[in-house]
Ligand binder design. Structure first.
Ligand code: SAH
Ligand code: SF4
Ligand code: F3S
Length: 477
């Protein structure tokens, strides 16, 4: 990594199109941070850009399709005479490497997630006219996690990576191939980044990794994930902590206890279950049963009453029967998910599930019908949950920004991750406010502030993460 001071000449502009998960969002920030050292200023208009990067995702075929259509657009700009260097970064770059350079002769640069720490060198070579390919996976010991903080960060919440890669082998998943083996980031680096973010006004930290519960377990001398939660909670200025993604198999008692002891740990957890059928879970190699999943959920809710759960679900996994699918539907009710990301199984190159797919495919029309049914059921449940908040006063709304649609309306999230829109001023961004929920919709609520800034101290009161106030039942009053 180049440690030279930032060059601030605003003569080069970079546009990064980000697809995929939180890891890619975070990597995009790190790319901006490092490119800023070479004078690259972010732009949100590709027509203005000297450098366009597509940070890609290969989790499902649709994500790959999005890459192709984005590239089509940017390559047209280049064909139309724009002087621009085009690069493909991220998981598809890692997976398909050289073949992307062959397919797209006007693409200058292809590099995987492990190329992010070397982006300055890679881009410099490409700008000089070389065609650059870097898909080498780096050594895990001493992995160079990038410490620069995205200079453009002006948000209330920020991601902080705590590990790279994944050592699991879920049979449907391409991530172990695109991101390589798991490595934990030293906790001192994590805490330094948390402090740097808090100094920029960030109040909510989301720790990210593909399997955060296994943090530190493979490194002698490293602290555990639960210990890391306590350390992050101790950083002054951290008001709320979230993390993603957690694997149900690895959710330990120490993390469950953290829900009892750490008020700044949010009352929401994203815990991907994938299926409610033990038969399917076995074929997915998830290494937990439906019963074990429900036990973990019960323990978490005992430790933190009112804990809101969201999940990921795959329908149409090879061999999934109607009965298996019904088990997933009934789990939605039993675990009481307030939201789900649900997907149709998408066969991925090189994954073990391809063999099952050959033997036992689920017809596309059946998978589509199941997906629609699951999503309808989840929508009903999400709506019912938001409606159940109507009339209550939520004291833990952290204001995130203006509403996208209504001028004069701002939005924030509760500890349980409910999104609430209400009238307020932009000066309230970053503060905790109390809001009476007036209406619940499928994806959000509408409300009105109970106390406005200046009319009392309510809007500045410490949030649930502050050291002072005792833990109270999350969410509602
Ligand atoms: N590490 C996380 C998830 C990473 S991928 C975990 O273990 O839960 C995000 C989600 O994409 C997964 O939870 C899964 O639901 C979905 N997914 C992954 N591979 C898929 C595939 N081949 N087809 C459809 N959905 C998939
Ligand atoms: Fe993929 Fe499983 Fe790793 Fe998640 S835990 S990234 S689903 S292999
Ligand atoms: Fe996609 Fe890579 Fe994330 S495949 S989901 S961007 S780890």
């Amino acid at each position: 990594m180049d440690r030279s001071p930032p060059n601030t000449s605003p003569d080069r502009r970079v546009f990064i199109h980000t697809l995929g998960c939180q890891m890619n969002v975070y990597d995009t920030g790190k790319m901006h941070a490092q490119l800023a050292r070479d004078g690259y200023v972010p732009t949100d208009d590709p027509v203005q850009a000297d450098l366009i990067l597509v940070n890609t995702c290969s989790i499902r075929e649709r994500a790959v399709d999005k890459m192709h259509s984005a590239l089509g657009e940017y390559r047209r700009l280049k064909k139309g005479g724009q002087r621009v260097t085009i690069g493909i970064a991220g998981c598809v770059a890692q997976e398909r490497g050289e073949s992307l350079l062959q397919r797209y002769p006007d693409v200058d640069l292809v590099f995987g997630p492990d190329g992010v720490p070397q982006i300055q060198r890679l881009v410099a070579s490409a700008v000089q006219g070389q065609r650059v390919l870097d898909t080498e996976l780096l050594e895990l010991s001493g992995y160079p996690f990038v410490s620069d903080v995205d200079p453009a960060i002006d948000k209330v919440g920020a991601f902080v990576t705590i590990q790279k890669g994944c050592d699991n082998k879920c049979t449907f998943c391409i991530v172990p191939a695109t991101r390589g083996a798991e490595a934990s980031r030293p906790h001192r680096e994590i805490l330094a980044e948390v402090r740097a973010l808090v100094a920029r006004g960030v109040r909510e930290i989301t720790l990210i990794g593909q399997n955060v519960n296994s943090y530190g377990l493979k490194d002698r001398g490293e602290i555990t994930f639960a210990q890391l939660l306590y350390e992050v909670a101790d950083v002054p200025g951290v008001e709320r902590i979230r993390y993603t993604t957690s694997h149900p198999r690895d959710m330990g008692d120490d993390v469950v206890s953290a829900y009892r002891e750490l008020p700044s740990l949010a009352s929401h957890l994203h815990l991907p279950v994938q299926s409610g059928s033990n038969r399917v879970l076995r074929r997915m190699k998830r290494f937990y049963t439906r019963e074990r999943f429900l036990e973990v959920v019960a323990a978490l809710r005992t430790a933190r009453p009112g804990l809101a759960l969201t999940t990921d679900v795959i329908v149409g996994f090879p061999g999934e029967t109607d009965e298996d699918f019904e088990a997933t539907l009934s789990l939605l009710e039993e675990a009481d998910f307030i939201g789900s990301f649900s997907f149709k199984y998408s066969p991925r190159p090189g994954t073990p599930a391809l063999k099952l797919e050959d033997r036992d495919p689920v017809p596309a029309s059946v998978a589509s019908a199941r997906l629609t049914k699951y999503q309808d059921r989840q929508r009903d449940r999400s709506l019912a949950w938001h409606r159940s908040l109507e009339g209550t006063i939520v004291h833990d709304v952290l204001v995130e920004g203006p509403s996208r649609h209504d001028p004069g309306v701002i939005c924030g999230r509760t500890s349980q991750h409910a999104m609430i829109n209400f009238e307020g001023g932009l000066e309230q961004i970053g503060s905790f406010v109390s809001v009476r929920v007036t209406r619940g919709f499928t994806h959000s609520c509408r409300g009105e502030q109970v106390h406005r800034a200046g009319s009392g101290s309510e809007s500045d009161r410490p949030g649930p993460g502050a050291k002072g106030p005792p833990a109270r039942p999350p969410g509602t009053a």
